[in-house]
Ligand binder design. Structure first.
Ligand SMILES: [Zn+2]
Length: 224
């Protein structure tokens, strides 16, 4: 099937909305153009749940909109920065999902309180603030970065992996923040984490299956 990055941005936005990440204006999904230093990204004047093909624009790495003059969030600057520093990254998701933001506001990374948390084990970082000057160097080679008092970013080799990781982060953040009130909750034993991640990601294809699920959720999603 021929690649349709515009459709993929819309699918990811709407699916993330259906998974609780649509908290009003803000948040974006981008996909790298492999042919030139540009990427597709959703505009700022619609919520994630409202996105249609008409709400996807294309930016170059200097922030210029190469298709029209629709406004894209000022925060989109980090997309170009991440693509420049990470050749392995082809898609970036940033939302202010309620639970991701609640976790980020605890100013600590996700605790290992569920087997799916292993998808973030030794692969999540905490930015000191929300400027790209901090986000870029802090991200390093990680897939997930939490931005204190703001939200989260996930990156991936495909839009499916970045979006599925983000939806999983929102779910795991909900579990983590909810359990926090219970005090001393045990975490997954250290030695079980990497083997579990291998089973979940490499052997079960959890993220790819979740992206398939998200495409079905996006089709069913009705914005209210
Ligand atoms: Zn933001």
């Amino acid at each position: 099937m021929e690649a349709d990055p515009v459709n993929d941005v819309v699918t990811a936005c709407r699916a993330l909305a259906s998974r609780g990440c649509d908290t009003g204006i803000g948040g974006h999904v981008s996909i790298r153009d492999p042919e030139r230093r540009e990427f597709w990204i959703n505009t700022f004047d619609r919520t994630l749940g409202e996105m249609t093909r008409n709400d996807v624009v294309k930016l170059d790495h200097d922030g210029n909109n190469v298709l029209d003059d629709r406004f894209v969030s000022l925060g989109a600057e980090f997309h170009a920065g991440i693509y420049d520093q990470r050749p392995d990254v082809n898609a970036i998701v940033h939302t202010h999902g309620f639970w991701v933001t609640a976790l980020a506001s605890l100013a600590r990374p996700l605790k290992m309180r569920h087997n799916l948390c292993t998808l973030f084990y030794e692969d999540q970082v905490m930015s000191p603030d929300d400027s790209f000057a901090s986000i870029g160097p802090t991200l390093g080679m990680a897939s997930t970065i939490l931005i204190p008092w703001h939200g989260g970013i996930t990156v991936g080799s495909t839009v499916g992996r970045a979006a599925a990781l983000h939806a999983t982060l929102e779910d795991m953040a909900k579990l983590d923040v909810t359990l926090d009130a219970s005090g001393d909750v045990p975490e997954l034993p250290e030695e079980a984490r990497l083997p579990l991640r291998k089973v979940i990601d490499e052997m079960s294809g959890y993220l790819e299956q979740t992206w398939d699920l998200m495409t079905r959720q996006a089709e069913r999603y009705v914005h209210r």
